[in-house]
Design a protein around this ligand. Structure first.
Ligand code: ADP
Length: 227
């Protein structure tokens, strides 16, 4: 669960990126955060990950109160969140398998668990036949699927997808959002940040629209998406 109560965020140079933002995303929800460039979308992500402190207000993320969280608990908070970036951020000289396994090796997961879990998340994103490929041998859409598998491998409660379709062909964008929808249907909360109105209109659902640091719309919209 993610809750922002009356949150204001200001950068060191004095820019106020968010002003009195309140929103709540319950466990199991799927929500789009929609807004043009500079609206404040990335700032919300930085706050959720505790990369930035709110100047005012309160944030609760997966049971952690970010106003009072100890520094030593921040890694535990971040492990409850899987993040997918616009530019994939895969390691070029590692195979698909190793890009994903790497996350589990860092947290000292057992080799037995890694051997079981990695192929499972690779199958969730439909890339079984690319396990031994390198990122450079994959299309943008496939690379984003790897990034999604990597975000899922830790079994996070929340997936944040930051403009995940920004670097891929429009028709593949629908596939990526479709995959996020499937993941959400299996119980993971999904927050997808985008500026693409067409995509949001197609899928519908909860839309949180941000303009100049304020929530200007937060409601459910019917989409043309059929599962
Ligand atoms: P979006 O993700 O919607 O494009 P951002 O959250 O990145 O918007 O930015 C919101 C506002 O905060 C913008 O005015 C932007 O210029 C400003 N901003 C973003 N990051 C920084 C930063 N590190 N330092 C100063 N201002 C920033």
């Amino acid at each position: 669960m993610v809750e922002l109560k009356d949150v204001t965020a200001t950068y060191p140079n004095g820019v106020t990126a968010l002003r009195n933002v309140s929103l709540r995303i319950n466990d199991g929800d799927f929500a789009f955060i929609l807004g043009s460039s500079g609206a404040g979308k990335s700032t919300i992500i930085k706050l959720i990950l505790k990369e930035l402190d709110a100047a005012k207000g309160q944030l609760i993320v997966n049971g952690f109160n970010l106003s009072s969280i100890k520094k030593s608990k921040v890694p535990a908070l971040r492990r409850t969140v899987g993040v997918v970036f616009q530019d994939f951020r895969l390691i070029p000289n590692m195979t698909v398998y190793d890009n994903i396994a790497f996350v589990l090796r860092v947290i000292d997961a057992s080799p037995k668990y890694i051997r079981k879990r990695v192929p499972y998340v690779i199958s969730l994103v439909g890339l079984q036949d690319k396990t031994r490929s390198y990122p450079g041998e994959l299309s943008g859409g496939q690379q984003q699927r790897v990034a999604l598998a990597r975000a899922l491998v830790n079994d996070p409660r929340l997936i944040i997808a930051d403009e995940p379709t920004g670097n891929i062909d429009p028709e593949l964008s629908y596939e990526i959002v479709g995959l996020l929808k499937n993941i959400n249907e299996c119980g993971t909360t999904v927050l997808m940040v985008t500026h693409e109105h067409d995509l949001v209109r197609h899928f519908g659902g909860r839309i949180i629209s941000i303009e100049e640091g304020s929530v200007v719309y937060d409601d459910y919209l019917g989409g043309s998406y059929e599962n």
